[in-house]
Design a protein around this ligand. Structure first.
Ligand code: IPM
Ligand code: MN
Length: 352
């Protein structure tokens, strides 16, 4: 029987609770489609850091490379200074595993409430391809005269052609595979960031014209993108953008699809090991209360299977989630679902 080796990093706060529900659903679908999951738990996160002083063992990336995919709950602990765990675990794994794509579908499931007036599931269904290892996240910069009135702080938006073109190529190919509107929109800021987004824009049109002539190319500045994501989300099919803009617009996207309880994403290395996560945080105040919504983690599990080539199994999860959102859950918000975390996992697994 086909067996997939999956690393499970529950992480902090409600991360482990939602990861368990995602695993429950993955097991259900594995039984149905005759494959096996060889699951291995990793305790990376705030608790481990406070216990051992080590954020992430140096061997972690190599260890992860021995798996077919990674499922991540959430990283971020209220007793650890912001940045330590996020940079030391999440970003480090993204970088070391060269997960250069962050794939974030913005999809309004039936029955889910959106804050966008008069918009429904047929209007809100697009995907953001966020470049995931470069740009402002490169970490190049520094201070001089820190703590004085003359202090200068610099953080550079760094991109090379190779990084930009591999991301764009992925986005074009994804748009082709998606077969929806065959439209790829570049989200940039060519009117101000006249170096970095000039590079993006040139590469976008060069690659598109040469290798993807059937894909329509649109361009939006990032500020306008935010506006249209609210006013006319139905215009979008696939949006490709740099790391920082992608981070920002996908939180906006997530709220339009009903919030962090349902928004999933994948940190993808198309040639290597990818890591799937609910895009929300560790929600410390809900930890251990069985109130957090596991659907985002469950949808991340579906994306994981899709990437492994188990497309039928992935679709089965999506269909089950659709059934649960349309009619059963009262809200996507923690504590207001009308069900507990484990019950929502049971509902989805039961439908499978
Ligand atoms: C995300 C998060 C991370 C990011 C943080 C936690 C480092 O906001 O996955 O969007 O900025 O990428
Ligand atoms: Mn973010």
């Amino acid at each position: 029987m086909k067996t997939y080796k999956i690393a499970v990093i529950g992480g902090d706060g409600t991360g482990p609770e939602v990861a368990i529900e995602a695993v429950k659903v993955l097991q259900a679908v594995a039984a149905k489609y005759n494959f096996k999951l060889d699951l291995q738990d990793y305790d990376f996160g705030g608790e481990r850091y406070m216990r051992t002083g080590e954020v992430l063992p140096d061997s972690a990336a190599d260890e992860m490379r021995r798996h077919d995919a990674i499922l991540l709950g959430a990283i971020g602990h209220p007793d650890v200074k912001p940045g330590i765990l996020e940079k030391g675990i999440l970003l480090r794994l993204r970088f070391e595993l060269d997960q250069y794509i962050n794939l974030r579908p913005v999809k309004l499931y039936p029955g889910v409430e959106t804050p966008l007036k008069d918009k429904g599931p047929e209007d809100i269904d697009y995907v953001v391809v966020r470049e995931n290892t470069g740009g402002l996240y490169t970490g190049i910069g520094g201070f001089t005269m820190k703590g004085t009135p003359d202090e200068v702080a610099v953080q550079s938006m760094v991109y090379n052609y190779k990084q930009v073109s591999r991301c764009l190529r992925y986005a074009f190919e994804y748009t082709q595979r998606r077969k929806k509107k065959n439209t790829l929109a570049l989200c940039g800021k060519t009117n101000v960031l006249t170096y970095v987004y000039d590079l993006w824009e040139r590469a976008f049109h060069d690659i598109g014209e040469k290798d993807f002539p059937t894909i329509q190319r649109d361009y939006y500045h990032v500020d306008a993108t935010c506006m249209w994501m609210v006013k006319n989300p139905e215009w979008f099919d696939v949006i490709v953008t740099g790391n920082m803009f992608g981070d920002i617009i996908t939180d906006l996207g997530a709220i339009t699809q009903g919030g962090m309880g349902i928004a999933a994403g994948g940190n993808i290395n198309p040639e290597g090991v990818s890591m799937f996560e609910p895009i929300g945080g560790s929600a410390p105040k809900y930890t251990g209360k069985n109130v957090i919504n596991p659907l985002a983690a469950i949808c991340a599990g579906a994306m994981l299977l899709d990437t492994l080539g188990e497309t039928e199994a992935a679709r089965t999860i999506e269909n089950a989630v659709t059934e649960v959102t349309s009619g059963k859950l009262k809200s996507m918000a923690a504590g207001r679902m009308g069900y507990g975390t484990t019950e929502v996992g049971d509902l989805v697994a039961g439908l499978i």
